[in-house]
Design a protein around this ligand. Sequence first.
Ligand SMILES: [Fe+2]
Length: 546
Amino acid sequence: MNIIGINSSGFHESSVCLVQDGRVVFACAEERISRVKQDKRFPNLALQAAFDFARLNAGEVDHVAFSFPHPWRACRHDLKLMLTGQRCVSAKNMENYLRNFAHPRVRFHHINHHLCHALSSYCMSGFDEAAVLVVDGRGAHEATTLWHAAGGELKLLETYDYPNSIGVFYAGITEMLGFEPLSDEWKVMGLAAYGRPTFDLSPLIRLNSEGYWVDGRRFFGRNDLDRRALERILGQRRNGDALNGRHQDLARSAQDACEQAMVALLRRVTKLTGSRRLCLAGGVALNCKANGELLRSGLIDQIYVQPAAGDDGTSIGAALGVYLELGLPLPRNPSGHTYLGPEFSNEEIERVLQVYKLPYRRVDNAAKAGAGLLARNRIVGWFQGRMEFGPRALGNRSILAHPGFRENTDRVNEAVKFRENWRPFAPSVLFEKAGRYFDDFYDSPYMILSFWANKARAAEIPAVVHVDGSGRVQSVKREGNPRYYELIQEFERLADTPVVMNTSFNLKGEPIVCSPKDAVQTFYTSGLDDLLIGDFSISKQPVQDR
Ligand SMILES: [Fe+2]
């Protein structure tokens, strides 16, 4: 059975997932292929990529499921118009596969948005029984939902309705700090490390031991864009205003409130379910600092956070939700990893390098070559295997650097990422060694939990420890990503540190690279020293010991 899951809410992060016979075989956000950041258009390019990956004809699709029940009605209407010839589409491939969707076997479904988030976490977690928390800006009407999952069934326990929403709260703070709401929340999280929790945010969010209440009237006036009430309370940083201590304190106060609200929800859902396991999803679940606090609360023993916790991940939940609609058993642990995007063979990569007439050379062992460059303190673009699904680069579309030199944060920020110098970089660390560097370490393959760096070891890896002493860890197992594991292992042999600095392979404001062409373009429009792409290496200048 072939099921296509689609997130196309019209808000952000359109994506496609393909489930075949209970296995999640492909998932990709539209932005990665269209090259439009957070692309919210119908994901026709990602859909074509799914078909290409699986060598599937659109006529072989049995079910199509959408992860948002309301806004997609317009999309469905447009699809009907296209399919009945009442409306033309400009892209020929779009027209072709939509025509194929008219195959009589195809059935359309639309699955509740929060259920999609919940399924995307529970089914992928490998847990049989767990408490499930979904926390985002909003679904159809929900902003937070508490679930109990057991034996392949999910039961909704409690709901917080929009705008009583932690996502609304955090997005409002993000906007008041002069950043892009529903996009730059992680900048607030990074800034928070510099501040003190001095703001009284009780007019905006009230907290108790088992829940929260966000006063939506303070966030939206006559309409969703009216922020005057919020500005009266917090003031707004305007474009061009320098960030100061007040902004840092506001970020810290908001981050603390978010963490307290999440722990309160955890206390509530574990009380309702009696579970010591948690599955987490929704945009707020991308807050790795808050996730770390959940783990450190002592309320749970195990946690799984869907790596594509934002709305892109709901395409997975939509596809899996079809099983519920059909009365079939839910697929359990249908993937085991998040390298679910497109991949490119050495032949395809070499063709691109030849077309651009680049001075490349083939290497015997890309992992060893990469480690050698990192040990010489070069900044390396690392493009291997299948692209990650979700916002984090996890060693297949990454920029890597030596973690032992504090100045490497500035080097990468200024030469490659062109981004604010206060934002932290993350460590990728061998799973077996992670406990030496990070206290209370728990397996974190998706870089979605943060831990406190071990004080005695932090000085070894200053480029990946944030100003407050935390690190957003990716733990790497050999079976999870053999080539990346080998690179870090070889780096340890050369530099005596089982850690590399890992940031996403993109320029500021652009999506993470997807194709060899994207990688080459980013390489030559940045300050990267070297590119290791498949089994090929390109250097801008001769390798010299620094
Ligand atoms: Fe959502």
